[in-house]
Design a protein around this ligand. Sequence first.
Ligand code: B12
Length: 322
Amino acid sequence: MASRLPVLAHGGNPETLLSLTVAGAAEALHLFPEHPGACRYHKRVKWAAFALAALTFNSLAEVAVRDDYGNTVRLPSPARRIVSLAPHLTELVFAAGAGARMVGAVEYSDFPARARELPRVGSDAQISLEAVLALRPDLIVAWPNPGSVRAINRLAELALPVFRSEPRELEDIAATLERLGVLAGSAGEAEHAARAFRARKAQIERRYAGRPRLRVFYQVWDRPLLTVNGDHVISKVIGLCGGENVFSALPLIAPEVDVEAVLRASPEVMLTSTPGATRPQWLPKSYFAVVPADLLQRHTPRLLDGAEQVCGALEQARAARS
Ligand code: B12
C-alpha cells in the first residue's frame, strides 16, 4: 500500500520559469538609459526585481507531490494554512521549514515547543471536522487509521487537499520531509533536513552492522498487550540496531498478543515506552529497557535519537549475555 514515490512533476519547470521571469525583469530595467553614476543604484534595483520575481514565482507556482497512498496532492501555490492530524506530521512540517505555515494540529502535537500553541482540532479518538474547517486550511496532512479514516475522507470529499502519510521505512521520513517542503514552499530547508537525516541514519547503520542478532519484543501497551509487526517503523529501528522483532510476521500493524505468545517467542530483550515501566514478573530473563515514546513512536527525525537509545540498550544486552 504505502508507495515510496518521489516528488511528482510540478506545474512547470521551476528553473526555466524563474529564469524567464528574471530575464524579463532585467530586460525591462535595461529600457532605461543607465547613467554611469547610477550603476550601483541600478544594480540594487535589479537585485530587488530579481528577488521580487523569485518570491512571486515561489508563491504562485503550482506544486504537486504523491502521498503514501499513491494520490497526487496538487496545490495551485505552496500551502499557507496547514492543519496536521498526527503528532508526527506536525513535527515533520516544522522540520521541513514550514512551521510558520501551520494553523492547527491534533492533540499531542508538542514538538517543537511552538507546536504546543497551535489550536487543537481533535484527538486520536475524534477529529473535529468543524474545528478543521474553521481554520480555513489549504492543506491537511493526515495519518489514516481505522478510527480517523472517515473524517479524513470527508475532508477530501469537501475538496480540501489531503496529504496522507504512512511511513514504513526510515527512508520514508526523509522522503516525507522533502515532499512536505515542496507543498509548503520550503524545499531548500526540507532537503537540508532530509540530507541530515539520511547521513545520521547511515552513520548508525555502519556502527551496528554485523553486530550479533538479538530477539526483541517491543511492548506498545500492557493491557491489552499490544506490539508492532515487521512493517512498522519501530521494527526498522530494531533492525538497524541488529535486533529482530519477534512478532515481525504478524499480519496487523499493531497486533494484540498474549503472555504465552511472548514466552514462546523467548525474546532476549524487551523494550517499551511506558514511562516508569519495569520488567514484568512474567518475563524474568529478558534484558529490559524503556525508550521514550516521543523518540520511538513518531516517524520524525527524532526517531534516530530513539534509535541511538535502542542500539545502546541492545549493546548492553549483548554485554550482559556474554
Ligand atoms: C497502538 C497505539 C499506537 C501505535 C500506533 C500503531 C500504528 N498504526 O502505527 C504507536 C505506537 C505508533 C502509537 C504512537 C503514538 N501514540 Co498511540 N496508542 C496506541 C494504542 C495503544 C492503541 C490504539 C489502537 O490500536 N486502537 C484500536 C484501533 C482499531 O482504533 P484506531 O482509532 O484506528 O487506532 C489508531 C489510532 O489510535 C492511531 N493512533 C495511535 N496513537 C495515536 C495518537 C494520536 C495523537 C493520533 C491522532 C492517532 C493515534 O493508531 C491506531 C491504529 O494503529 C492507544 C491506547 C489504547 N489502548 O487505546 C494509544 C494512544 C491512542 N496513543 C496515544 C499517543 C499519545 C501516542 C503518541 C503521541 C505517543 C508519543 N509520545 O509519541 C504517538 C503518536 C504517533 C504519531 N504518528 O504521531 C494516546 C492518544 C491520546 C490523545 N488524546 O490523542 C493513546 C490514547 C494512549 C494514551 N492514553 O496516552 N500509538
